[in-house]
Design a protein around this ligand. Structure first.
Ligand SMILES: N[C@@H](CCC(=O)N[C@@H](CS)C(=O)NCC(=O)O)C(=O)O
Length: 231
């Protein structure tokens, strides 16, 4: 374990993650759990296709009914971006390179986390929700345009650099790669148009935290997508 991955283990640590592996924001949390090597997380399967997230027991802790949802003892938190920054702040080393405390470095990471929330993930949700909830069997032109625009920004951000925010891999890369690798399942990323994105995904995918935290759920997403498109 490197210094940056060092974990502060407290006796009171009881983490529970409500999850479904196909979900990209859930996978961002998995990757951070892997990277920080947080032990003994309880996982609660929350099948969106069976409306588990709309059941009373879940709505009581999360009125917004989204996964991932984390409970840490009596503390409840949802939104992957809030969760991953919380995990590093609470369980990572005090100045983890994943989310450094330097105000400028941290602000650049936050900007990309908001990019994921505001641009990448909405492009995914606008396109995959109609497929999974049975109102569409293909992508709509306006949906495709949103994905392309999201790819265009990402490609520019990665021009001449290896990582999305600063010189090292950070939470920005983990969060965005979960979404971009999933968008790639909906609209394959063309290597000629987007060479920087392809190289960045490859760089991320070489880490163990990606292989363990993202890859299996990404394959689940692929399988589900295929299944729903064939209906
Ligand atoms: N910005 C949120 C997005 C979470 C989200 O929308 N998750 C989807 C699954 S990928 C969900 O829970 N959908 C069910 C719903 O919104 O009712 C995050 O990063 O956690």
């Amino acid at each position: 374990m490197t210094d940056n991955d060092r974990l502060i283990i407290t006796k009171s640590m009881v983490l529970t993650l409500y999850k479904m592996d196909a979900s990209p924001p859930v996978r961002a949390v998995y990757m951070v759990i892997e990277k920080l090597k947080i032990p003994n997380v309880n996982y609660v399967e929350t099948d969106l296709l069976a409306d588990d997230h709309l059941k009373d027991n879940f709505l009581k802790i999360n009125p917004q009914h989204t996964i991932p949802h984390l409970t840490d003892g009596n503390f409840n938190l949802w939104d992957s971006h809030a969760i991953i920054t919380y995990l590093v702040n609470k369980y990572g080393k005090s100045n983890s390179s994943l989310y450094p405390t330097d105000p400028e470095k941290r602000a650049l990471i936050d900007a990309k986390l908001h990019f994921d929330s505001g641009i990448l993930y909405p492009a995914l949700r606008e396109n995959d929700e109609p497929i999974f909830f049975g109102t569409a069997t293909s992508l709509k032109p306006e949906g495709v345009a949103k994905i392309k625009s999201a790819y265009d920004f990402t490609e520019k951000f990665l021009t001449g650099v290896q990582w999305l925010a600063g010189d090292e891999l950070t939470l920005a890369d983990i969060s965005c790669v979960a979404t971009v690798s999933t968008l790639n399942e909906l609209l394959p990323i063309d290597e000629k148009t987007y060479p920087n994105i392809i190289a960045w995904i490859k760089r991320c995918s070489e880490f163990e935290f990606y292989r363990k935290g993202n890859q299996p759920g990404l394959l689940d997403f692929r399988r589900l997508l295929k299944e729903f498109l064939a209906r």
